[in-house]
Write a protein that binds this ligand. Structure first.
Ligand code: 5RP
Length: 262
């Protein structure tokens, strides 16, 4: 690959390119958020513009919606279509059961709503996101701004009885201000280090008043497409328990990388 991309970005690109195989003419497609999902949107844009792919998409963030529109992709609301054929998104961590931590980009709420409205959920990632046990990546929890300090204290107290290694919650900041999600909420990042029982944790967190949603995606993902910098791609599919390996090709005329600094 004669591109000025880091090995991790190359891996993300190859996973994204392979994931376009899940998209067919006439489909309603959910678009994730983050750098890997952005590669997917660019690949999809190319298929729409150059190959006449006819799809309608729902974006999981304002950022993704803007990118998709700039790529010539038709974007609508989830309320318009109600149901999606497939959603392709990135993740911060995935384990062997294909449970995930998401929300590093702050879009976990819309991502979870879109994912659970989808027939199929495909995660695209590089191999660094694979873990034996979730929790090394701080778990994002979306909370409403009102009383967030009390919500934070309550969450830290709830964590005492749970199978986790750390309990510290910190308010996510951006430009010296609390980070705001597209819904206007805050994010608390939980430094748990190891999550022994992800399902239990997810249920408990969502019971705290003030919590809108957490970044654990349990039994939501159907397959993970794992990209490597040399173009190798593995597909891990929990339903059929298959591991598929392929090589993704780059074509000379590929112009996806012209706006690489965007
Ligand atoms: C955004 C997410 C992203 O999918 C996750 O943070 C991975 O991002 P990237 O592809 O940039 O590594 O959950 O809320």
């Amino acid at each position: 690959m004669s591109l000025d991309l880091s090995p991790v970005d190359q891996a993300k690109f190859f996973a994204a390119r392979r994931a376009t195989d899940y998209v067919e003419n006439g489909m309603r497609v959910g678009l994730g958020t983050g750098s890997t999902a952005a590669w997917f949107v660019k690949c999809l844009g190319e298929m729409v513009r150059d190959h006449g792919l006819n799809i309608i998409c729902v974006a999981t963030s304002a950022q993704t919606a803007e990118l998709a529109k700039s790529e010539g992709i038709t974007v609508t609301t989830l309320d318009d279509v109600r149901w999606l054929d497939v959603t392709i998104d990135g993740a911060d961590e995935y384990d062997r059961q294909l449970n995930l931590i998401k929300g590093g980009g702050g879009a976990l709420l819309r991502e979870k709503i879109v994912a659970t409205a989808s027939e199929q959920v495909i995660i695209i990632a590089d191999a660094t996101k694979q873990v034996d046990t979730l929790g090394a990546f701080p778990l994002p929890v979306e909370v409403i701004p009102f009383g967030w300090q009390s919500t934070k204290t309550l969450i830290e107290e709830m964590l005492i009885g749970l199978d986790v290694m750390g309990r510290r919650a910190s308010l996510r900041m951006k430009n010296n201000q609390p980070f705001r999600t597209d819904e206007g909420n805050y994010i608390l990042d939980l430094d748990l280090r190891r999550i022994g029982n992800a399902q239990q944790l997810s249920l408990v967190l969502n019971q705290a008043p003030g919590v809108v949603e957490n970044g654990l995606f349990i039994d939501i993902c159907d397959a993970v497409v794992i990209g490597y910098s040399d173009g190798k791609v593995e597909v891990r599919d929990i339903n059929e328990s298959i591991m598929e390996q392929t090589q993704v090709e780059i074509f000379e005329e590929d112009n996806l990388f012209l706006d690489i600094d965007d």
